[in-house]
Design a binder for this molecule. Structure first.
Ligand SMILES: *Cc1c(COP(=O)(O)O)cnc(C)c1O
Length: 360
């Protein structure tokens, strides 16, 4: 068999949740940070209409969707690129800007896909310590090396659920060498937009990219739509690596309808926040170490990795899937997505029973 390139051979495939419903039981997945409710009815209607023209290629330049994003987020349409999920954009960024001669720097407990993307490019991965599970600008700046090419920061973070202020992100940009590419991944940005700390203007500072996704607050994970705001030169080079026609017409139509129904999305965020705070309080009462987050999930900390695994196994046996966070260097943590009311209820009750039995 033909051998793959050595850095591909050495790579582990990116692990997504392996969901299996136990015999005779309904599967409850609170493992992938999916939205607690389906998309706006306008989205379903727009997607259905687009299906009737599926013999046609989609708009390769996403013009209508770009225009709608531009109008709703107040950003220039010609600096927007649409990805097949923001994961496509992350993967293309590392392949365009990093290689075996340099490094990608990420916070220690950041989104594991940043590391996978660095491996696509055969780049070294450097880790910066965090403080109280939050990104530390000082540690990131200390951890930069002469060959650091890209710094990835998810804000709010996954799986930590914490967030750093706009002022701190600006301090990070100012402290980094101007030649280092800073990528700020705001996949959960909509859940924190009420704090009114936009950073889109940082793209004007040069070598800075902001990413957003339709997968979380808009509830469009199945349509695979992510977008980013890029300096023009970076956008031009990134496009060379992206597959032409990367975004199905039905996905473009769905995302367009979603962005044009911002009230529905904001209602989703409010509902998520209310349920998240209730669940957080109930888990704390049951004895778990958990803090409220800025996202649609909670990170539950256990005394040890063994305990977290034991709890995970007990829940799985009941068909309830949370997500162990060993991939992010947090093997003692389980991440619980805020789902629909009934699923949350069942999961919290199962966790509470487990805590009583284990006397945590
Ligand atoms: C969910 C998530 C994404 C990605 O999503 P797409 O579905 O590819 O748009 C990107 N970054 C973080 C931190 C995420 O949690």
């Amino acid at each position: 068999m033909i051998p793959p390139l050595p850095h591909i051979k050495a790579m582990q495939a990116y692990a997504l949740a392996d969901l299996k419903s136990p015999p005779g039981k309904r599967l409850i997945s609170l493992s992938q940070n999916e939205c607690l409710r389906p998309p706006s009815p306008n989205v379903t209607r727009a997607a259905e209409a687009a299906l009737a023209e599926a013999q046609l290629y989609p708009d390769p330049n996403w013009n209508a969707l770009r225009g709608a994003i531009s109008a709703h987020y107040g950003v220039p349409a010609d600096q927007i690129l649409l990805g097949n999920g923001s994961l496509e954009l992350i993967g293309c960024l590392t392949r365009a800007y990093a290689d075996a001669d340099n490094a990608v720097l990420v916070p220690r407990h950041s989104y594991p896909f940043f590391r996978t993307a660095a491996q696509f490019a055969d780049a070294r991965v450097d880790l910066a310590d965090e403080v109280d599970l939050a990104v530390s600008v000082d540690h990131l700046l200390q951890a930069t090396a002469p060959d650091t090419r890209i710094v990835f920061v998810a804000n709010p973070g996954n799986p930590t659920g914490t967030r750093i202020s706009q002022a701190k992100l600006r301090r990070l940009r100012a402290g980094l060498d101007a030649q280092v590419l800073l990528v700020i991944d705001e996949a959960y940005g909509e859940f924190a937009d009420h704090l009114n700390e936009p950073v889109f203007d940082m793209v004007g500072l040069g070598n800075t990219v902001i990413l957003r996704s339709f997968s979380k607050a808009y509830g469009l994970a199945g349509f695979r739509v992510g977008w980013g705001l890029f300096p023009p030169d970076i956008a031009n080079n990134l496009r060379k690596l992206m597959n032409p026609n990367n975004l199905p017409a039905v996905s473009q139509a769905a995302a367009m309808a979603a962005v044009e129904d911002p009230d529905y999305m904001r209602e989703t965020c409010v509902l998520t926040g209310v349920l998240r705070q209730q669940i957080c309080a109930r888990l704390v009462k049951a004895g778990f170490a958990v803090k409220d987050s800025f996202t649609n999930f909670l990170l539950i900390r256990f005394k040890s990795g063994a305990q977290a695994q034991k709890a995970d196994a007990a829940l799985r046996a009941e068909g309830i899937y949370l997500r162990l966070q060993s991939g992010a260097g947090l093997g003692h943590c389980l991440r619980m997505t805020i789902g629909g009311m009934e699923d949350n209820q069942i999961a919290v009750e199962a966790l509470t029973r487990w805590a009583e039995k284990e006397k945590i």
